[in-house]
Ligand binder design. Sequence first.
Ligand code: NAD
Ligand code: DAU
Length: 354
Amino acid sequence: MSNPTKKIIVTGGAGFIGSHVVRRLVTTYPHYEIINLDKLTYAGNLANLKDIETESNYRFVKGDITDAAFITELFTTEKPDAVIHLAAESHVDRSISSPNEFVITNVVGTVNLLNAARGQWQGAYDKHRFYHVSTDEVYGALGDTGMFTEETRYDPHSPYSASKASSDHFVRAYHDTYGLDIVISNCSNNYGSHHFPEKLIPLAINNIRNNRPVPVYGKGENVRDWLWVEDHARAIDVIFHRAASGETYNIGGHNEWTNIDLIQLLCRILDRKLGRAEGESAKLITFVKDRAGHDLRYAIDASKLQRDLGWEPSLQFEEGLEKTVDWYLANEDWLNDVTSGHYQQYYEEQYTKR
Ligand code: NAD
Ligand code: DAU
């Protein structure tokens, strides 16, 4: 590509959110060069980017952020202007059964990227940016009222959220200690297309369509604040381009649902779309043993992002959920592919013992 105005490494671009971020950047900024760096773990899937893989401003590099030598070499060769870092182990349940992988990928992997960026960008930090994509789970859990703001004290409860909190601290430490230009965003639960069906919404859609039990942890009373993934990608775009160095922004949907209400709504949508009698899919709802350390409620106050940068969610949840269900029903091959092989073993281990 001749004279791109920015070369950006997006880590984890083959995953759920990363693929939406890559698609947005590649299509919105044809003069940028977007490098998707991904290890292609069970959660990474190049089929997520089929529609843009031949674009001239897009490139895929297979690589592991935990491999420090490889990452340093990549930065030396590519000389990126910026990094948008999404690669992570992202599933709370897996972090409960295999915490070490979360420390290695989410903490050590992030520090490897920070070191490579620091080495490559030394003396010109103001011309470069390290954007770290994080989660609202670093703030812990809320009771029945209140919302997480950017000032809320970190209080992570799961190995996943502890590893994300730790990586956030490292990113801020590299800003405070070395002067690296960084931004961090902490987002609530995303939903939409290309979401791996170990997470609640795609798992429920997949099980309902296959007439399999839909596992609801505990009493289904836990609350999550759901945001359409394309709105998250748009927020990342805005923050990446316009936030001041060192800033943190919360991103959320102002859209709280108990898990049981959400699953009931999905059942009604799928009854209609699959031509089933009303109430048929809801018979699949099965209450199972609760998640250990299960955070009761997340809710994001995203007013700083709206005030400073004018971002707000674009889509009502019911509309987004309809679109999401339509995507999974129209992309059964994608679902069947990602739920074959290792997925079955994961599913047995995660759910048959509950
Ligand atoms: P995901 O699990 O769908 O994708 C993660 C991607 O990272 C995969 O493509 C995987 O192959 C890649 N990856 C994992 N380990 C790697 C390694 N060692 N080297 C290179 N690539 C590696 O995750 P997601 O749900 O898209 O989340 C992306 C980011 O956003 C994560 O950092 C997560 O903490 C954060 N986040 C997610 C949500 C959500 O609701 N899913 C909400 C807020 C923040
Ligand atoms: O809040 C942001 C976080 O949202 C992200 O940082 C994580 O990467 C992402 O995985 C997500 O974490 P959650 O734990 O909230 O998402 P999950 O889809 O695993 O679960 C959503 C809720 O549904 C949670 O209260 C647990 C419950 N649940 C989940 C599964 C998989 C069930 O009741 N049954 C299930 O089978």
